[in-house]
Write a protein that binds this ligand. Structure first.
Ligand SMILES: Cc1cc2nc3c(=O)[nH]c(=O)nc-3n(C[C@H](O)[C@H](O)[C@H](O)COP(=O)(O)OP(=O)(O)OC[C@H]3O[C@@H](n4cnc5c(N)ncnc54)[C@H](O)[C@@H]3O)c2cc1C
Length: 387
């Protein structure tokens, strides 16, 4: 296959600063050299390429938009472009960066004490420590406010009991941000690996995000010191605020997966001959390619615009919901159309399309399902909550 050319039908490149292009191009080169050659093997074997964590850290991809504590402090568009390139490699890498930076580090940054920040943020930024974010439970996914995990105050400790499900990086994490119901309402806690009463297990049998670690976390009379509570987190709105960071990275990342599928389909259609001519010359194939290119371009504009508004402090959660919802949906549709253009070849991992397609099924579900984001936007425009 040809090297990645990017897709820019509207001259969006001109809107980017030199620093933004530099960040994107360095992640692009990293993905081409160090991810694409190995990712199929890890996907087949359902293993996460953990050795890449330190490389992601070297590139400043953990907590990239945060300032201080060893974080890169880049702007939201540069960060988004980096996430786009990572997910062009595989959604597992972008998920890793989104959880480590967008969920764990942003949570600590917003709600942690100074001591908690000093202890964890530099190590997480360097990839020396891995974090996970435990919100979802077996019986509470789209409705996390119903969570059953409890934190009982006992002298100078809290005692946690409950189960968290579908937690990215759960069984390899050094520290888990865990949301639990305490006397004052929903609160956030830091639980370190090895704490008695805390166990985790890998969820096996996934057909999606196979190169990502997904886990169940169990807390049975798990005693943690009181200073492990996040002092500035308060109620369900706190974890939802953290989700905004990760959702924003998905809005860009999903475009990376879509672009990989689009370019694969375009290259294939140009060289695959049926009825004595390249299939790219058939109107029905062109219609698919044009749909993909148009939707990716619209998605780029959406992500770019929300990114600029984030840097101006103007982006509302409804805008981020729209960008996540739309861009993942068009990415999944792009992957499915690309798979069709590749015919039978599309079902094999000789091409990245089927892997991206399977990954995007998870991406459509996590960080708020497509339906929940629809309802968030619906509530915003009608003033009526449908959930
Ligand atoms: C690979 C992967 C990694 C993940 N990583 C994490 C993580 O790191 N941390 C974490 O906390 N969670 C994580 N999750 C969990 C994810 O956020 C949840 O799966 C998601 O919130 C949906 O919850 P659910 O799967 O329980 O589905 P449900 O909430 O049971 O929903 C099932 C279906 O019903 C629909 N539905 C539900 N309510 C409504 C409604 N009111 N109106 C219309 N439709 C509705 C949903 O849209 C969905 O289609 C991960 C999930 C996956 C697959």
């Amino acid at each position: 296959m040809e090297p990645f050319r990017g897709l820019d039908l509207l001259g969006l490149e001109d809107l980017l600063s030199e620093e933004e292009r530099l960040v994107r191009d360095s992640v692009r080169t990293f993905v081409d050299r160090e991810v694409i050659p190995i990712i199929d093997e890890y996907y087949r074997e359902a293993r996460y390429p953990l050795h890449l964590a330190s490389r992601l850290a070297d590139l400043g991809l953990f907590g990239s938009t945060l300032h201080g504590y060893g974080c890169a402090g880049i702007n939201s568009v540069a960060y988004g472009l980096a996430m786009q390139e990572l997910e062009r490699g595989d959604s597992a890498l972008r998920s890793f960066a989104s959880v480590q930076g967008g969920l764990v580090m942003s949570t600590l940054y917003m709600f942690g004490s100074e001591a908690q920040k000093e202890r964890w943020l530099p190590a997480l930024a360097k990839g020396e420590a891995i974090g996970c974010f435990g919100l979802t439970e077996p019986d509470f996914g789209s409705n996390p406010a119903g969570m059953r995990t409890r934190a009982l105050e006992a002298g100078d400790s809290y005692i946690l009991d409950g189960t968290k499900m579908w937690i990215t990086n759960g069984h390899i994490a050094d520290v888990a941000v865990v949301w639990a119901r305490a006397k004052e309402g929903i609160q956030g806690f830091l639980v370190e690996r090895g704490t008695p009463g805390f166990s985790s297990r890998e969820i096996k049998g996934k057909f999606s995000l196979r190169a990502s670690c997904t886990s169940e976390l169990c807390f049975e009379e798990c005693r943690i010191p009181k200073e492990n509570r996040l002092p500035h987190a308060e109620g369900i709105k706190s974890p939802l605020m953290c989700l905004n960071h990760a959702r924003y990275s998905i809005a860009w990342g999903s475009l990376g997966a879509a672009m990989a599928c689009y370019q694969t389909a375009l290259d294939y259609a140009r060289q695959r001959v049926q009825f004595d001519r390249p299939i790219a010359g058939f109107q029905l194939v062109q219609e698919k390619l044009v749909w993909m290119a148009t939707e990716i371009t619209k998605g780029q504009l959406l992500a770019y615009h929300v990114g600029r508004r984030r840097d101006q402090g103007k982006a509302r959660h409804v805008e981020i919901s729209m960008a996540k919802m739309n861009n993942v949906a068009i990415a999944l549709e792009t992957a499915r159309s690309a798979r069709e253009i590749l015919g039978a070849s599309g079902i094999c991992d000789d091409y990245p399309v089927i892997r991206h397609m399977c990954n995007l099924e998870s991406v459509k579900t996590y960080e708020g399902t497509h339906q929940i984001h629809t309802l968030i936007i619906g509530q915003h425009i009608t003033g009526l909550s449908a959930f």
